[in-house]
Design a binder for this molecule. Structure first.
Ligand code: 3EB
Length: 316
């Protein structure tokens, strides 16, 4: 099989981006729409002014749009973009239902492998059925992935963030051949976290690596100030930013040699006013990377209350 073509770009809203593929726009209302060759995903997040970027994912071949109720797909030769938008009350059941439907749709078309998944829903810390909603989400997701017999060593990279709107929005990238799942030696694998974080552990890898026609593509999961399995530096956003970047560096070091540079990063901040402090830490960390990563700043709730930021991105 020739290497796949999969490209990711973060571009200013005013720029003319690719017309086909998956477009992630931070505007209201939360949800997903499809056009002839593209999907528009609105996760229910707010960008921090004055930045307005759009994230684009493109692949080779003429895309075929498929619409099956709450599942919308965009099928390419060797990449399938699959999305879900639906209510986020009864989150555990909704999440399990969404994952089952998404995975069934991917498998039916020969895309057995998940490379990257993004998950957004509102009120992440609220209680539901005696669980925090993030835990309810983890249970629904883990149950679906177990039923579908996805091995822990083949988990996708992921993001799960509390948004500002009550809508469950999931989008993912599936491939016919497996991505390589990467773990971080500084962190316990999320799927081995102790049960106190969630009765069923979060099921994701720290990153995935895909070989593409343009070279390796590293998809970084949402990464926070967690060492081992414990949150570090509660109440200290600068120390959390440094710890998060140490995690990203360690992850990068495990991904192999001659790796591509960070193309773009997205920083989720619980408190928008922390941006200047975190921006200074990022500038210092990437001062010798030219060109440095494009950075998008977003308001979002990280799954543990004490965590003030999370960073995800793409090396390409
Ligand atoms: C962590 O490392 C922070 O449940 O899919 C980051 C990325 C986090 C993805 C997920 C959770 C998820 O545990 C939280």
């Amino acid at each position: 099989m020739p290497p796949l073509t999969l490209r990711s770009q973060l571009m200013p809203e005013a720029a003319a981006g690719p017309e086909t593929g998956m477009h992630i726009r931070l505007r209201e209302p939360a949800g997903i729409d499809s056009g002839p060759g593209h999907l528009e995903i609105r996760p229910g997040l707010h960008p921090l002014a004055p930045d307005h970027y759009v994230e684009y994912w493109t692949a080779s071949g003429t895309p075929t749009p498929i619409h099956e109720g709450p599942v919308r797909l965009l099928e390419h030769e060797d990449v399938l973009f699959a999305t879900w938008s639906g209510p986020d009350n009864g989150l555990r059941e909704q999440t399990e239902h969404a994952y089952r439907a998404l995975l069934a749709a991917c498998r039916a078309r020969g895309f057995e492998h998940l490379a990257r998944v993004w998950n957004y829903f509102g009120d992440i810390h609220a209680e539901e059925d005696g669980l925090e909603r993030y835990q309810a989400f983890c249970m629904g997701r883990a149950t679906a992935l177990e039923t579908l017999e996805i091995p822990l060593a083949s988990m996708p990279a992921a993001t799960a963030i509390g948004s500002d709107q009550r809508q469950l929005v999931i989008y993912l990238i599936a491939t016919r051949t497996p991505a390589e799942s990467l773990e971080n030696p500084r962190q316990v694998s999320a799927y081995h976290y102790p049960a106190r974080y969630s009765p069923k552990s979060p099921t994701f890898a720290r990153a995935t690596r895909l070989e593409t026609a343009d070279g390796p593509l590293i998809l970084l999961s949402g990464t926070a100030s967690i060492v081992g399995h414990e949150s570090r530096h509660p109440d200290d956003v600068v120390a959390q930013a440094r710890e998060t970047l140490a995690n990203l560096r360690s992850l990068h070091d495990t991904a192999g040699h001659e790796l591509p540079r960070p193309a773009w990063l997205r920083v989720y901040l619980r408190h928008p006013e922390d941006r200047p402090k975190v921006a200074a830490v990022l500038a210092e960390h990437y001062h010798d990377v030219h060109p440095g990563p494009i950075v998008q700043w977003v308001r979002g709730d990280v799954c543990r209350r004490e965590l003030l930021l999370e960073i995800e991105g793409v090396h390409a």
